[in-house]
Write a protein of this length. Structure first.
Length: 133
């Protein structure tokens, strides 16, 4: 459904290229479809796409299930946070390197248990942390 919404929005942009609004709202809607992590983020741009680009594309955009949205954004953010926290912890001269590794592993385990990162991501990051010893 996500791809169909993109196609119809692009078609609406091409047909209405001589007007500025389809190009503006179509471009914004397409970028929001790619970056949205929750369905609520699509409502405003979906209505604008419906009104200014393509009725079918806007309706499809509003009907995109949350399972088709981009869950990778939250995982990437968490991964970056853990990496930067472990780097900050390693730069702290008051702690020993084993304390830093133990703390990083605790944080990684908490992320894995909360479902923020997958088991594969956990194993990869754990190997990375352990290789710093």
């Amino acid at each position: 459904m996500k791809t169909a919404a993109k196609v119809f929005i692009i078609i609406g942009m091409v047909i209405g290229f001589w007007m500025i609004l389809p190009l503006i709202f179509g471009g914004l809607a397409l970028s929001k479809i790619n970056s949205a992590t929750q369905k609520e983020e699509l409502v405003g741009f979906g209505v604008c796409a419906l009104l200014f680009c393509s009725m079918v594309g806007g309706i499809l955009m509003l009907c995109i299930p949350e399972s088709e949205l981009n869950p990778a954004n939250t995982t990437k953010t968490s991964t970056v946070d853990v990496t930067s926290e472990s780097t900050t912890a390693q730069n702290d001269t008051n702690k020993t390197s084993t304390d830093n590794v133990a703390e990083s592993l605790r944080k990684l385990n908490a992320l894995k248990e909360s479902g923020t990162i997958s088991d594969e991501e956990f194993e990869k990051m754990k190997k990375d942390v352990l290789s710093r010893i």
